[in-house]
Design a protein around this ligand. Sequence first.
Ligand code: CTP
Length: 448
Amino acid sequence: MVKVITYGTYDLLHYGHIKLLERAKSLGDYLIVGVTADDFDKSRGKINVQQTLMERIEAVRATGIADKIIVEEYEGQKIDDIKRYNVDIFTVGSDWAGHFDYLKEYCNVIYLDRTQGISSSELRAEKNEIKIGLVGEPTVVMSKFVSECNYVNGVKTIGICTTNQQELPETLLKLPLVTNDYSLLLNQVDAVYIISQPTKHYNHIKQALKSGKHVLCESPVCLKLEECKELFLLAKQKGLILTEAIKTAYSTAYNRMILLSKGGKIGDIISVDAICTSLRQIDYSNHIELENTWNSLTAWGPTALLPLFQILGTDYKRKEIISRVGSEEYSYDEFTKITFLYPHAVASIKVGKGVKSEGELIISGTEGYIYVPAPWWKTDYFEIRYERSEETKRYFYQLDGEGIRNEIVAFVKAIQTGQNISYLSQDKSEAISKIMEDYYNKINYITI
Ligand code: CTP
């Protein structure tokens, strides 16, 4: 019996796939089909697969062509599979020509002509392309967002609304629509990515939701708890997606780290301490601008608060905010430390744009601790450390696009499915808004 094996993602199964499977089967008597697992696809750079692994397996099964279906989960698995199943022929489409020649050592390798004019990527792109407009002042993050959109099927940035057209970098200037008229932008898009100054978020979000547009807004979404609640309610009533954008929440390493910490790997968690700083020149000559600018707390606070709220929850009993402000008159903090008291744990964040420190994250437990080295907010690596250093466990996960790419994928999926599958639930957004509100109202607040 001649055994044939082939692999693929088989997202949104199309006739190109079916023809390939039929021809693969006709090369022998028994066809094994390897369907790639989601995580493996991500590590190969295919990040916007629409269907789950189970759906894709079911679609391949429904063709009735495969005799056996297996899941491909890791690099190097093909060799293991070929040996395990005594495979005679390995085959894939001609788009992979030459790529798998190294398998000739184990079996016959055949590249079949790819069917012209169809691919999963095209189908994904055609599936109601979502038009996104950008709102706010041009920043490095905004340019990165535009380039990261290029990696995601089914989404396109089509314009920007900004009051600062003079300083637009090349990537943003090339967008079809550049305007300072927000209503004009809203008329032409399905969704907005808001990265305006935090004081403007509330109005920008509200106007977008009222116009029926989905919103991805850089954190903090609001500077007041009630406003945050109001906007989420409005989004719900209108059937729209409102998501707080914190790219760290979408990094694979960060997510695994949160899961492991909650899974008891370091015993009971007693303390979570996060530090985020970036030293910038602050120009105090323009005080009016300063008040609207991202200060240390608005710029770094949400990211630093994220692991605290995700691990210990948002139900802390007490907190104290300590800031060093450049000028009493303005609420621009150069440095802020917030300490939290939970029923059985403590936590702290230190954020600064006028003070520099090591940007690490440490989660301390009764049996060990998790150490995420600087800059932890865009990490691909962390360690779980124990009393005996030889027991240290190291974890590495590929991070592409600092998490922004995955953030866009999650946003697009949320819009397409109508379900907010955001990694950041509403209670976290509310808790972040509450911290901002207390800071501006000087509640539990002292200066140094
Ligand atoms: N295939 C084919 N003809 C097509 C599309 C795919 O013969 N028009 C083959 C591929 O060469 C591969 C298998 O089908 O052997 C599974 O391909 P997969 O990567 O899942 O599908 P694509 O449509 O190529 O997906 P994408 O656009 O995401 O690359």
